[in-house]
Write a new protein. Structure first.
Length: 151
């Protein structure tokens, strides 16, 4: 069962690009943009990450911290961060535990082929770690995601 608006996010989010455990307590008193995306260095995911990068100052001004999540490895995240100059942390959800908890990992279909993958979904958390808004896959605007979050 996927987490919904009003639910608390898990206390441990996972391991970031540097191998450090990321806990919700690390962001106590701050709102969090927790965004799940399919894959590092792909067109849509790069556009989304760059929108959040370019809007990072405005997001911080609005009280948000940004955390990205995909099933890519720590090394892949390090390359993605370096290449795109991303100022926020990325969680390497290689075991898909966090994605499954949030309901963002499941069966997808492309050109008639079925496969398991990440649904592009953004969760906005308040200062207590409670989900206040969910931007669903069909609603996510990758090119203007920062404005979408703040708006």
């Amino acid at each position: 069962m996927a987490l919904q608006v009003g639910d608390k996010a898990p206390s441990v989010l996972g391991v970031n690009q540097d191998g450090n455990e990321i806990k919700l307590a690390d962001y106590a008193g701050k709102k969090v943009v927790l965004y799940f995306y399919p894959k590092d260095n792909t067109p849509g995911c790069t556009a989304q990450a760059c929108s959040l990068r370019d809007g990072y100052a405005d997001l911080r001004k609005a009280g948000y911290e940004v955390i990205g999540v995909s099933a890519d490895s720590e090394a892949s995240h390090q390359r993605f961060i370096a290449k795109q100059n991303l100022p926020f942390t990325l969680i390497a959800d290689t075991d898909k535990k966090l994605s499954e908890t949030f309901g963002t990992w499941g069966e997808k279909s492309l050109y008639g082929k079925k496969f398991m993958g990440m649904f592009r979904t953004t969760f906005l958390l308040d200062e207590t770690g409670t989900i206040t808004r969910i931007i669903l896959p069909k609603e996510v605007n990758t090119k203007d995601h920062a404005k979408q979050v703040i708006g």
